[in-house]
Design a protein. Structure first.
Length: 187
């Protein structure tokens, strides 16, 4: 089962990475929403409903303005209204998967602060649901640190100064998934 999931994840990330590299965006949000829904079902099937609840709450908070317009209730559009539910989701999920729960909150916060694109954040939350182990988080961190250092050195050599670069995040996620699988094979 693990290999089937790995192949599906690599195929999905390969396709969305191609779009991310070419156009710096994906063609439609369904490319990340459908896998997120699938990952929620998978994680619920694995009996970690608390992590699924947190993910659903984070997705709802992200869509708070649309929900507010749908129900015609202005208060729902404010992020402060959602904090009690978010705290409950974090409290329940941190007990079973602390790294995964804090990662989901962190990636969502990066999205809300405009540090990450929406597709990158949703894809990362999807991957955290599929691979909630600390090993995946370390593979993710390793790939991003190496990319950051490489780009800093590159700009230092070319421009004699260190610059921050905006690079497509989905290909880095693909590399992180492959690195995670290699680590699992070696251990």
């Amino acid at each position: 089962m693990d290999w089937i999931i790995f192949i599906l994840v690599v195929a999905w990330l390969g396709i969305v990475s191609w779009f991310d590299i070419r156009k710096n965006e994906i063609p439609h949000s369904a490319w990340v929403i459908i896998p997120l829904i699938g990952a929620c079902f998978y994680r619920a099937w694995q009996a970690n409903w608390a992590l699924v609840l947190l993910t659903i709450l984070v997705a709802a908070v992200s869509e708070r303005e649309r929900i507010s317009q749908l129900f015609g209730w202005e208060e729902i559009g404010k992020i402060i209204t959602w904090f009690p539910l978010l705290f409950l989701g974090v409290y329940l999920s941190v007990q079973t998967s602390p790294f995964a729960a804090l990662s989901i909150i962190g990636f969502w916060a990066a999205w809300e602060l405009k540090w990450w694109g929406g597709a990158d954040a949703v894809a990362t939350m999807t991957l955290i649901l599929i691979y909630p182990e600390i090993t995946f988080f370390l593979a993710f961190l390793t790939v991003h640190v190496i990319a950051t250092i490489w780009l800093a050195i590159r700009s230092l050599v070319r421009e004699n100064k260190v610059c921050l670069h905006r690079i497509p995040g989905l290909p880095l996620l693909l590399i992180a998934v492959i690195l995670f699988q290699i680590i699992k094979l070696l251990s």
